[in-house]
Design a protein around this ligand. Structure first.
Ligand SMILES: Nc1nc2c(ncn2[C@@H]2O[C@H](COP(=O)(O)OP(=O)(O)OP(=O)(O)O)[C@@H](O)[C@H]2O)c(=O)[nH]1
Ligand SMILES: [Mg+2]
Length: 263
C-alpha cells in the first residue's frame, strides 16, 4: 500500500541498551521476520539507492515480512529528512533521527530496540555492503545459524581496491583484538564486519554497552550465539559521500576491546 503521507519519525529510545524479547514488544506491534538497520551519517547521496535496492530484493524474498530502519544521527545533510520522505514510496521503511546520542554501534542497538523482527540485522548505508549478499545471509539463518556474518575473509570475500595501509590497519586491528579478546575474536574470520543478521532471542535481554564501530564484537561477547555462518562478500569502494572513519574509531575500538575484556 502506497500512501502519499510520510510516516512519523520513530522516537529514539533512551536508558539501558537492552533489546526486548519478541513477546515483550509494546502492543500493538506488527511482527515481521526481518528488521534490517541502516545506520547513517551524511548519506544523503546514497540513501535512496540503498533503500530502493534493499526493498526490491526483500519484496521478492520476504514479501510483507520485513522492515528497513534508518537510524540517522541528525546528519547535517539531512539524511533523516530524505529518508522520511522515502517512507511515502517504501511502506516498509521506518526512520529514527537521533539528536542526543551518537555513534554507529549505539545507533544499531537503538534500532534493534524498536525493531519488530524476529531476525535483526545491520547493513551500511553507503552501498559498500552488496545488498544481494543479504539473500545468502537469510539462507544461513534459515539453516539454523544464530548469527550469519558477511565476511571478507572467507572464500568469495575480499576488499576491492583497498590501499595497503588500510589493509594493514584492518588486519592489525583484528590481530590486536585476538590478543586482547581471543575467545570472542577467534569465533569468526571477519570480526570487523558490520554486515550481519542475528536471531533476536540470542541477544534479547542482554545489557549492551558498545563503543565505536564494531557492533559485531559486542554481539559475540554478550549474546548467546551457538551456531555461526559466514558468507563471503567483497567490500566495494564508496561511490558517493565520504567515509566517517578517523583515528577516533581506532581508539574507540581499543577501548571497546578492553571494556569487553574486563566486563
Ligand atoms: N547513525 C550513525 N551512523 C554512522 C555513524 N558513523 C558512521 N555511520 C554510518 O555507518 C556506515 C559505515 O560508516 P563508514 O564511514 O562508511 O565506515 P566504513 O564503511 O567502515 O569505512 P569506509 O570504507 O571508509 O567508508 C555508513 O552507513 C555511515 O553513514 C554514526 O556516528 N552514527
Ligand atoms: Mg563505508
Amino acid at each position: 500500500m502506497i500512501s502519499n503521507k510520510s510516516k512519523a519519525l520513530i522516537p529514539a529510545p533512551t536508558g539501558a541498551m537492552k533489546i526486548p524479547l519478541f513477546s515483550e514488544l509494546p502492543k500493538p506491534h506488527e511482527p515481521v521476520y526481518l528488521s534490517l538497520i541502516i545506520p547513517t551519517y551524511n548519506e544523503s547521496k546514497n540513501i535512496l539507492a540503498v533503500v530502493h535496492v534493499l526493498s526490491y530484493l526483500l519484496d521478492e524474498a520476504l514479501p510483507n515480512n520485513y522492515e528497513l530502519i534508518v537510524i540517522d544521527d541528525d546528519s547535517p545533510d539531512r539524511t533523516w529528512e530524505i529518508a522520511q520522505q522515502l517512507t511515502r514510496d517504501y511502506p516498509y521503511l521506518r526512520v529514527m533521527r537521533r539528536q542526543e546520542e551518537r555513534g554507529l554501534s549505539t545507533a544499531v542497538i537503538r534500532g534493534w530496540q524498536v525493531a519488530q523482527g524476529q531476525i535483526l540485522g545491520v547493513i551500511d548505508g553507503d552501498l559498500q555492503h552488496p545488498p544481494v549478499v543479504l539473500l545468502k545471509l537469510l539462507e544461513a539463518i534459515a539453516q539454523d545459524a544464530d548469527l550469519a556474518v558477511a565476511s571478507r575473509h572467507v572464500p568469495g570475500g575480499g576488499t576491492s581496491d583497498w590501499q595497503i595501509h588500510r589493509r594493514f590497519l584492518s588486519r592489525g586491528a583484528q590481530f590486536l583484538g585476538l590478543l586482547i579478546l581471543p575467545s570472542v575474536l577467534s569465533r569468526v574470520c571477519d570480526p570487523m564486519s558490520g554486515y550481519f543478521l542475528v536471531r533476536r532471542d540470542a541477544i534479547a535481554q542482554k545489557l549492551m554497552n558498545p563503543l565505536g564501530y564494531k557492533i559485531l564484537i559486542e554481539v559475540l561477547k554478550r549474546g548467546e550465539i551457538n551456531q555461526i555462518a559466514e558468507v563471503g562478500y567483497v567490500f566495494v569502494e564508496r561511490q558517493e559521500g565520504a567515509s566517517k572513519v578517523t583515528w577516533r574509531q581506532y581508539l574507540e575500538y581499543l577501548m571497546h576491546l578492553f571494556q569487553l575484556r574486563f566486563s
